[in-house]
Ligand binder design. Structure first.
Ligand code: GLA
Length: 765
C-alpha cells in the first residue's frame, strides 16, 4: 500500500508489518523519515536542526544542511560528504551536485528493469510502485527512484534509473540501487564471506565508525562476498531483534556498504561496484540499476530470511519452477571426473536408478578433446570416441530407465586449445597490444569470452539452443570457472571501456533469458567453481545453484547455514560424496552426509557402484525418505535452530508453512506397527548435527520453533536407514518442544547426526 500526502510531501510505503516513510525535506530533497514496524498515520517532521561547521546547500536545495538529513539518494558537492548514491560528471567534467525533487507517480505493479532480472512484484500479486523524480537541470541528469511495495511478502524493491536529458554526454562514476540513512544505534553488520570451498560463511561484527564494505570486483558476485548486507541491533538472535537488510538481484561486481562516518546515521547502500566502473551516457540515453530487495524484520534473522526466501522462491526463480518438485540427481563429477566413457556413465546411471535417483547428469569431459581442464571449452559437440552413441543416445538410454538426463556446459569460456579459439582468437576479454604482452590472463587454463559483444552472445544462443534441443535435455548445469581479468573489451570504444564489467553481466542475462524462455521445461542449475555466483540475479534464470565444490558434510554445515540467511534450501544443490571426502580427506558417516545433503536440494556425486551394501541400503532409505518429505524440505519453512558458527552443534528444522505452500499434513506412523507406515510427509523435520565429540555430554535439548503451541506432536527418529520407526521417541506439546526442547539422541563419535519426523496428532486442535 502506498499512501501519499502530497501537501506535506509525505509518502507512506506500507507492507503487512512494516512502514517505510519518505519525506521531501523543504520540498526539494527526499529523506527517510522512518523504516520500521508498521505504524498508522505518519507525521511530517518539524524543522531540521543545524550544526556549526556544516555546509549549506545552494538555494535550489533549500539551503539545507544535507549532512543533517537522512537522505534517500545522496550526491556530493552540496555539503553532504558521506558516500553518495550517485556520482556523475557533466560534459565539462564538473560533478553533478544538485538533483532537486520534481514530482512523483504511483502505479500498480512494477516496470521491467531494462535488461536486468528482478522480482515479479506485479499488479496481480498486489504490488504498487512509487516513482520519485529528481532533476539536475543544469547538468541534464534525471534520476528516477523506484520503490515497489509488496505488502504480503513484506518487502520493498528499489532501483534507480538515470536519464541524460541534456545536450552533452554525462559520465556516471557511481550508481547505487538503494541507499538508506538509518538512525545510528549499536548494531552488528551481518554479511556472507568466504573463498572457494568455504563460501558464504556468516560474518557478524559490531559496526564501528568509518566505512564498512563487502564487495566483489571479480566480475561475478564471487566466493569471497555475497550481494547481501544486514544491520542487526546488537542483541538480535534468530527469533528476536531488529534487522534492516538488503540483497541485490545482480551477478556482477557489487558493493554493499555502510557509511558510519557521522554519529547520527548509518548509511547503508548497495549497487554496482564503482571500482573500475564508469558509464558514458549520451543525450537521450538512460541507465538502470540492478534491483535491491529491502527487508525489515523485528523477528530477528529468521524474520529476515523468511522474507528473502519467500520473495526468491515465489518472485524470482522462473515461475514454472517456483513450486515444482526438484528431482534427486546423480552428477558424474566426483564419481568419474574426466574419466568418462559411455559404459561407465550408463552403468553408474543404472545403479543410481536402482536406488531411487531421478536424474543422471553427465558433468565435464564429454565434448571436444576434453581429457583435462586445459582444452576444448568452446567446442560443444560430443567426443564420439568416449560416447559412441552421442549425447542423444545417452539421453535415450537414460530416459528408457525412467531417469531424466542432464549435461554440464561452461558456455562463457574459451580454451586457447579449441577450435573456437582458432576461429576467433579475439573473442576473449583482453587488452590488445598491452605493453607487457599480457593480452589476456589464464585462469584454470582458460579465457573468458567477451560477453559484452552481441555477436558472441548470439553465437552462444545459437550453439546452446541447438545442443539443448537436440539432446532432449531435462537439466543443464551452467558452469563458470574463473573470475574476469582483465575486465576489458576491445570491442568497446575508449569512452565506454569502464562499462565492460556491467555490460558482461547484461550480455550474460540476455543469453540466459533467451535460453530460459526457449527451454522452459529444462531445469537449469548455475555454478561458478561451486558457489562463486550464488545470487538472486542468477536464480532469476536458473532456479538452483551448486552451493560449493566442497562436498565435505561438516564444511557444508557452515556453508548451507550461511547461505540460508538469504537463499532458501531448495536453491542449494547439495550432494552426498565419497568418504574420505575428496576435498578434505575427512571421513564422515554416510548417514550424516545424507542428512546434510537432504537438508537442501538433494543429490549424489560419487561412484554408487562401489558402495558397501550396508551404505547402499542407507542411501536407498535416504532417497525414499527425501522423496516422501521433499515437499516440506523444498517448499516448507526453514528454521535455523543452532549455529555451527557458535558451538559444536548445528541444528535446523523444516515446518509446513501454509503461506509458502508448505507440506500437506501427513499420516503419522502407526505406533502399533513394527516399521512405520509414514506414507505422507511429516509436519516438521528436525536435523541435529554434532561436530566433535567430547567428554562432557553435548545432548542438551534443542529448542524447536515454528510449531503450533496448542498441538501435540509425536516425534519419531529416522532410524539407521532413514525410516521412522514406531513407537515415537516422544509425544509432546508444540509449546513444550519449543521451550524445553527436544533431547537429541546422537550416535557416539565425531560428525554424528540425528533426524526427527514430527507428526501432529490428529486429535489435537
Ligand atoms: C567446477 C564445478 C564442478 C565441476 C567442475 C568440472 O569446478 O564447480 O562441480 O563441474 O567444474 O570441471
Amino acid at each position: 500500500m502506498i499512501e501519499v500526502r502530497s501537501d506535506e510531501r509525505l509518502f507512506h510505503l506500507a507492507t503487512e508489518h512494516t512502514s517505510y516513510i519518505i519525506e521531501i525535506a523543504s520540498g526539494v530533497v527526499p529523506t527517510l523519515r522512518y523504516w520500521g514496524p508498521r505504524i498508522g498515520t505518519p507525521e511530517a517532521a518539524g524543522p531540521h536542526g543545524e550544526m556549526p561547521y556544516r555546509v549549506h546547500a545552494s538555494a535550489s536545495l533549500g539551503a539545507l544542511q544535507l549532512e543533517g538529513l537522512a537522505l534517500e539518494y545522496g550526491t556530493q558537492g552540496e555539503g553532504d560528504f558521506r558516500r553518495p548514491a550517485v556520482s556523475a560528471r557533466d560534459g565539462a567534467g564538473y560533478p553533478v551536485t544538485t538533483p532537486v525533487y520534481r514530482g512523483y507517480r504511483v502505479h500498480s505493479g512494477k516496470p521491467e528493469l531494462d535488461g536486468l532480472p528482478s522480482a515479479r512484484l506485479t499488479a496481480e500479486t498486489g504490488a504498487d510502485t512509487l516513482e520519485l523524480e529528481l532533476i539536475d537541470e543544469a547538468a541534464g541528469l534525471l534520476i528516477v527512484l523506484n520503490y515497489t511495495v509488496h505488502a504480503d511478502w513484506d518487502v520493498i524493491a528499489r532501483h534507480a534509473r538515470l536519464e541524460n536529458t541534456g545536450t552533452e554526454p554525462l559520465s556516471v562514476e557511481r550508481f547505487m540501487s538503494a541507499s538508506v540513512d538509518l538512525p545510528a544505534r549499536p548494531v552488528d553488520t551481518v554479511t556472507l564471506s568466504g573463498s572457494w570451498g568455504s563460501e558464504r560463511h556468516l560474518a557478524r561484527s559490531p559496526l564501528g565508525p568509518g566505512i564498512f564494505a563487502t564487495e566483489s570486483t571479480r566480475g561475478t558476485s564471487s566466493h569471497v562476498a555475497n550481494p547481501f548486507i544486514a544491520l542487526a541491533v546488537q542483541d538480535t538472535g534468530e527469533d528476536r531483534g531488529e534487522v534492516h537488510a538488503a540483497t541485490l538481484v545482480y551477478s556482477g561486481n557489487f558493493l554493499a556498504e555502510v557509511d558510519a562516518s557521522l554519529e547520527e546515521f548509518h548509511r547503508m547502500s548497495l549497487g554496482i561496484n564503482p571500482s573500475g566502473f564508469s558509464w558514458h551516457l549520451e543525450p537521450g540515453e538512460s541507465l538502470t540499476s540492478p534491483e535491491a530487495i529491502l527487508v525489515y524484520s523485528r523477528e530477528g534473522l529468521d524474520g529476515m530470511s523468511r522474507r528473502f526466501h519467500r520473495t526468491i522462491q515465489e518472485g524470482i526463480v522462473p515461475k514454472q519452477w517456483a513450486r515444482a518438485e526438484r528431482p534427486v540427481l546423480l552428477n558424474s563429477w566426483e564419481a568419474q571426473y574426466f574419466d568418462i566413457t559411455e559404459g561407465n556413465f550408463l552403468s553408474l546411471s543404472d545403479t543410481a536408478a536402482e536406488l531411487g535417483v531421478e536424474l543422471a547428469v553427465l558433468d565435464d569431459g564429454w565434448f571436444g578433446e576434453r581429457d583435462g581442464d586445459d582444452s576444448s571449452l568452446g567446442d560443444w559437440y560430443e567426443n564420439t570416441e568416449k560416447l559412441p552413441s552421442g549425447v542423444d543416445g545417452l539421453a535415450e538410454y537414460v530416459h528408457a530407465r525412467g531417469l531424466g538426463f542432464g549435461l554440464w556446459v561452461e558456455p562463457e569460456m574459451i580454451s586457447p586449445a579449441s577450435k573456437l579459439y582458432e576461429e576467433h582468437p579475439d573473442w576473449c576479454l583482453h587488452i590488445p597490444g598491452h605493453p607487457h604482452g599480457t593480452a589476456a590472463t589464464l585462469g584454470r587454463n582458460q579465457l573468458v569470452l567477451d560477453l559484452t559483444r552481441e555477436d558472441v552472445q548470439d553465437r552462444l544462443i545459437g550453439t546452446f539452443s541447438r545442443l539443448f534441443a537436440r539432446a532432449g535435455l531435462d537439466y543443464v548445469k551452467w558452469d563458470m570457472n574463473r573470475y574476469l581479468a582483465p575486465i576489458a573489451s576491445a570491442a568497446l570504444p575508449p569512452e565506454r571501456r569502464g562499462e565492460a564489467a556491467h555490460r558482461y553481466v547484461l550480455g550474460l542475462y540476455r543469453v540466459l533469458a533467451e535460453l530460459r524462455d526457449r527451454f522452459p521445461t529444462v531445469l537449469f542449475e548455475s555454478c561458478a567453481g561451486g558457489g562463486g555466483r550464488f545470487d538472486a540475479g542468477m536464480l532469476a534464470y536458473m532456479p538452483q545453484t551448486w552451493t560449493s565444490d566442497n562436498t565435505d558434510a561438516v564444511s557444508r554445515l557452515y556453508i548451507q547455514y550461511g547461505t540460508s540467511m538469504v537463499y532458501p534450501p531448495v536453491t542449494m544443490g547439495a550432494h552426498v560424496s565419497a568418504a574420505p571426502n575428496h576435498q578434505l580427506d575427512r571421513n564422515t558417516p554416510v548417514a550424516t552426509r545424507a542428512a546434510v545433503a537432504m537438508s537442501a536440494n538433494f543429490g549424489f556425486e560419487m561412484d554408487l557402484r562401489k558402495l558397501p551394501s550396508e551404505e547402499r541400503e542407507i542411501l536407498r532409505g535416504a532417497i525414499a525418505f527425501y522423496r516422501r518429505h521433499r515437499q516440506l524440505i523444498q517448499q516448507g519453512r526453514f528454521l535455523r535452530l543452532e549455529s555451527p558458527f557458535e558451538g559444536n552443534r548445528a541444528a535446523w528444522m523444516f515446518t509446513g508453512d501454509a503461506a509458502a505452500g508448505g507440506a500437506a499434513p501427513g499420516d503419522a506412523p502407526d505406533p502399533t506397527a513394527g516399521l512405520a507406515r509414514a506414507e505422507g510427509s511429516a509436519d516438521a523435520l528436525v536435523f541435529v548435527f554434532r561436530v566433535l565429540i567430547g567428554m562432557s555430554p553435548d545432548e542438551a535439548p534443542v529448542r524447536l520453533r515454528g510449531l503450533d503451541p496448542e498441538a501435540v506432536y509425536e516425534v519419531y527418529v529416522a532410524g539407521p536407514r532413514f525410516a521412522c520407526e514406531a513407537p515415537p521417541v516422544a509425544t509432546a506439546g508444540g509449546d513444550e518442544l519449543c521451550t524445553r526442547g527436544l533431547e537429541p539422541a546422537l550416535p557416539r563419535g565425531d560428525y554424528a547426526s540425528a533426524v526427527y519426523c514430527l507428526y501432529r496428532r490428529a486429535d489435537t486442535p
